[in-house]
Design a protein around this ligand. Structure first.
Ligand code: ACM
Length: 530
């Protein structure tokens, strides 16, 4: 099974699970949702019996299968859901296919299980390339199978805005598409595909995605990345910028100087957007507000913003950025949501104490955030940026750099042993990022995510990849085959998965990380440090 349960023992007596199986007890619904392919029915004395034990953690469960049927004891709905996910993985891989009137053997086992980390996340950049609602619902199902529970959607960047806005309709009308997209590799002469690209989620889509995710114990974490990465917003509403100059939705990659103004109308605009998104998604405990790669030059050059900064008694544009993000985090707190930020925002300072920090530039800055008392979700480029190729081969589809293998992910330690106990206790969990500059479609999403996200799931649930991971992964791939997941085969891509050839060795991920590690985190600069 993936992720591997804490305790797993074989029992001698096996049984059979048949389509139309009855489920009884305290927590029927989550089990029926997880086993939907078996058309489970509620019943008074079911073949699957689910009891709640408040002594267990919300996500913890015990699962016993044998001649007396299936017994689940769970701490709460999430635990019952995960017990049923484990039960699914006890059935043959063919059970992951639709088949009417199915009947599957279940081996006798006893499992006791609970997650090591509360935040078991995947990030998907739907701004650089848009992935429609159906892909998000499918991804939520795949996450649930792997007991992953946070889906971080990067909803805006220079290259696109991805949500309907009744209050600011030019966002979905103008900011949501671009006429063409860059196809060149890193720092090569620019080339373009001359194909329009775009799309956005309506508020009805968001509502559906939020409800679908909740029923699968996945929390959607929407990201409105500000104040940088603002070309798409400014293409629609240049008045929220600094210079008033016209902008286009960007058709190429890299860090742009487009930045929102920190003045009150921008804060009002963003809080209206928060209200729209939270109102649609439903219960939203976390909202990511970005704070990464901000070029502050326009703020430094503006007399109006300088005067505003002086009026606030702030010394530098960095202080002003910190103040701006703090105001947004306060507005989110009023709406019942905790802010999440990339690590630059921690370096700028002044975060609310309850703001969650994602250290993408490495675990060094993550440790500093943890030592300062912030909850941290481990997100370092290596090995958790899945836009890096899986191997250094030109057969790989074009990636930003190379290489991050399944083994690299499996070896990752979200709460390093050499941190203090207090620092380790601040690690909420771990999350992989899929930036999509070079991920143009859903088939390539499958390739880049799987099976590296299987290793992520194991680390997130168990704290570390457990013994026998390789063998279990080989068995697990048969489940992904049955589900139609176009994962990367261990031997390398199928011919049709090669696409535009990768350029091996041009951006080695280990060199990128060494460069970041050697960096001083300079809160005075007006330029991003990577
Ligand atoms: C990031 O990679 N700029 C978060």
């Amino acid at each position: 099974m993936i992720p591997r349960p804490q305790l797993f023992s074989d029992l001698s007596a096996s049984s059979v699970l048949t389509s139309g199986v009855t489920v009884s007890g305290d927590l029927v619904d989550p089990v029926r949702t997880a086993l939907a392919g078996l058309d489970p029915l509620p019943g008074d004395s079911g073949e699957i019996d689910v009891r709640r034990d408040p002594a267990l953690g919300e996500e913890a469960y015990r699962l016993t299968t044998g001649s007396r049927g299936v017994e689940i004891v769970a701490g709460g709905p999430a635990g019952a859901f995960y017990a049923a996910q484990s039960l699914r993985q006890l059935l043959p891989p063919a059970s992951f296919r639709f088949s009417a009137g199915a009947s599957w053997p279940i081996p006798g086992v006893r499992i006791e299980d609970a997650p090591r980390f509360a935040w078991r996340g995947l990030h998907l950049d739907v701004a650089r390339h848009f992935f429609p609602k159906r892909e998000i619902l499918r991804l939520i199902d795949l996450m649930a199978l792997h007991k992953l529970n946070r889906l971080h959607l990067h909803l805006v960047d220079d290259q696109g805005w991805r949500v309907e806005s009744p209050a600011y309709p030019l966002l979905h009308e103008v900011s949501s598409h671009r006429p063409r997209t860059a196809t060149n590799f890193h720092r090569e002469p620019e080339s373009y595909d001359d194909l329009p690209h775009g799309g956005y989620y309506t508020l009805d889509d968001l509502a559906e995605m939020g409800a679908y995710a909740r029923s699968r114990h996945v929390t959607i974490v929407p990201e409105i990345d500000v104040p940088g990465h603002a070309s798409a917003i400014l293409a629609a509403y240049p008045a929220f910028g600094v210079t008033g100059e016209p902008y286009d939705v960007l058709d190429r990659w890299g860090i742009s100087p487009a930045i929102l103004s920190p003045l009150p109308p921008t804060v009002e605009f963003l809080t209206t957007i928060f209200d729209e998104i939270i109102g649609a998604l439903g219960e939203t405990p976390f909202v990511h507000i970005g704070g990464d790669e901000v070029v502050l030059d326009h703020w430094a050059e503006s007399a109006e913003i300088g005067a505003y900064r002086d009026s606030l008694g702030l010394e530098s544009v960095n202080d002003l950025q910190a103040w701006f993000l703090r105001r947004l985090a306060d507005a989110l707190a009023e709406r019942g949501a905790r802010a999440v930020v990339w690590d630059e925002a921690f370096v700028s300072g002044r975060l609310r104490q309850d703001t969650v920090v994602m250290p993408w530039r490495g675990m060094g800055v993550g440790r500093r955030a943890a030592a300062a008392g912030h909850d941290v979700v481990a997100t370092p480029v290596f090995p958790l940026y899945f836009d890096y190729a899986e191997s250094s081969s030109p057969d790989e589809p074009m990636a930003i750099g190379d290489a991050t293998t399944v083994e690299d992910v499996a070896a990752f330690e979200p709460a390093p042993a050499d941190w203090t106990e207090e620092e380790r206790a601040r690690v909420l969990g771990v999350q992989a990022q899929l930036w999509t500059e070079r991920v143009p479609d859903a088939r390539t999403v499958d390739y880049r995510l799987w099976p590296r996200a299987c290793a992520l799931a194991e680390v997130a649930w168990s704290g570390t990849a457990s013994p026998g991971f390789d063998g279990r992964l080989t068995e697990h791939l048969a489940r992904l085959d049955a589900l139609g997941v176009e994962y990367r085969p261990a031997a390398g891509p199928h011919p049709w998965q090669r696409r535009r050839p990768h350029r091996p060795g041009r951006v080695p991920v280990t060199e990128v990380m060494a460069r970041i590690d050697a960096m001083t985190y300079d809160a005075e600069s007006t330029r991003p440090s990577l």
